[in-house]
Design a protein around this ligand. Structure first.
Ligand code: CMC
Length: 430
């Protein structure tokens, strides 16, 4: 085997497959010529070993617990940036200067409203409609009101990014207001991205909401930590749907649907429901641990485990700390925090979880923070979607710009159905 190739022997014949290395040392065998040369495909359900693209956006090392956006460590970004700054970084590839950031912020403020006709859409969802279904429907509908991205320039990308980021926030807050039957609160020019969101959620004509800096700082941190995570299920969905040539809004709407699942972003609300269950069961941790370990029970410990991280999720570390600090700052005494910490301790000392490298992930502590802010459980995954949006847009754009390797996403399969047989006319069938 040469250094730059792997040799694959099939039916006595050798094939040379190029080896590829990423800038941070990721290694891959390039199998793009495999089918043509050998007649074989690769089979990899769940894409456990499959790289679907090359990407310059996010690097993560699941063994070491490293996560970098555009080369910057997540710990530093979460500590020192605003969400809007990180969104700019993901979209454009560089941190903005003060002037660039101000321009991006102004653009967001300009685009913060949604067409008044769209507000009537909210009236036609049933009262208990899940906010994630409302969000994905509304985002898909945006293409009827706002033009698509029709240029590859940074300017066009910032414009569509600003539009989507600010409108998704408005849609999220409006969907909450509609669900509780309160008048809508419109975005304000003088408030920051996160300040505007909490104000639109909680301000009332009868009781003005005071935007607390602690809430804004924590929300910024949470959204930054969710902003991208390379080829996860929803981002891969955005890329796959977009690869068929459909518009950005439809691609993002599909990504929102993927995120909704309890194995993905839906885990943040599932965690809180699980912790509430433990609380109701008088802290019977053993019952939940036993169920999670039972191979015949579909129950899993929500907020635990990850496809890529085989150590502590670096985002979970930061969120756990932020959770303790925020509850203290807001003077909130939530019994679920203590239950979560105890559950973590039990699981991390249990052979089952140790053997399988199951650690708390990004969703384990985030819900407890949202609760402390007054955000209802059914909105948690909407919060995740708001955070993940810059990542989805950046990946969609990166794919669209890749004119060399861009192809419609179209996996293969191994057919296992009946072999070719003769058609039986209906009167002869028994
Ligand atoms: N509780 C109990 N057992 C688990 C858990 C869990 N949370 N996660 C994995 N396992 C077991 C699983 O049963 C399997 O055991 P065995 O080898 O005996 O069959 C082993 O660990 C490997 O699990 P897997 O399902 O093959 O791993 P995966 O990489 O396909 O799944 C996962 C990753 C995140 C879907 C899974 O860990 C899980 O279901 N976690 C709970 C849901 C959750 O928290 N999702 C959020 C993920 S992070 C944020 C995001 O992506 O949105």
């Amino acid at each position: 085997m040469s250094e730059k190739h792997a040799t694959l022997t099939i039916e006595g014949q050798n094939y040379q497959l190029p080896l590829i290395k990423g800038s941070e040392g990721d290694k891959a065998v390039d199998i793009r010529s495999l089918l043509k040369e050998t007649g074989y495909i690769t089979l990899d359900s769940g894409y456990m070993n499959t790289g679907s693209c090359s990407s310059a956006i996010t690097f993560l090392d699941g063994q070491k617990g490293i996560l970098n956006y555009r080369g910057y460590a997540i710990e530093e970004l979460a500590e020192r940036c605003s969400f809007v700054e990180v969104a700019y970084l993901l979209l454009i590839g560089e941190l903005p200067t003060r002037e660039e950031l101000n321009n991006f912020r102004s653009l967001m403020a300009e685009h913060a409203l949604i067409h008044e006709d769209m507000i009537h859409f909210f009236d036609h969802f049933p009262p208990n409609a899940p906010p994630m279904s409302i969000l994905s429907t509304m985002v898909n509908s945006l293409c009827n009101y706002y033009p698509e991205l029709n240029s590859n320039s940074d300017e066009a990308l910032l414009s569509i990014g600003a539009r989507l980021l600010s409108k998704i926030r408005t849609i999220a807050a409006f969907s909450y207001k509609k669900s509780v039957g309160h008048p809508l609160i419109y975005p304000r020019y003088d408030l920051s991205y996160c300040g505007n969101f909490v104000n639109m959620m909680f301000d009332k004509p009868v009781k003005p909401y005071v935007v607390l800096p602690e809430v804004v700082a924590t929300l910024n941190k949470l959204l930054i930590l969710h902003a991208d995570h390379e080829q996860n299920c929803s981002t891969s969905t955005v890329r796959l749907v977009g690869s068929a040539g459909v518009n950005l809004y439809a691609s993002i709407s599909a990504g929102i649907s993927a995120l909704w699942g309890p194995l993905h972003g839906g885990a943040n609300s599932a965690v809180v429901e699980m912790l509430e269950g433990i609380h109701r069961d008088n802290n019977d941790f053993g019952k939940y641990i036993k169920k999670a370990k039972d191979p015949n029970d579909p129950f899993r410990l929500s907020g635990f485990g990850h496809r890529v991280y085989k150590t502590f999720d670096p985002r979970a570390k930061i969120i756990k700390r932020a959770c303790e600090q925020t509850l203290k700052a807001l003077n909130v005494d939530d019994p679920l925090l203590e239950i979560a910490e105890k559950l973590e301790e039990i699981a991390r000392n249990d052979e089952y979880f140790i053997k399988r490298n199951l650690y708390p992930n990004v969703d384990f502590y985030s819900g407890i923070i949202y609760r402390a802010m007054g955000i209802p459980t059914n909105m948690f995954t909407v919060m995740f979607a708001m955070g993940r949006l810059p990542g989805w847009i950046s990946h969609w754009q990166e794919m669209m710009q890749d004119t060399k390797d861009r192809k419609i996403g179209r996996p293969r399969q191994i057919y296992t159905g009946p072999v070719k047989r003769d058609f039986v006319p209906i009167h002869e069938r028994v």
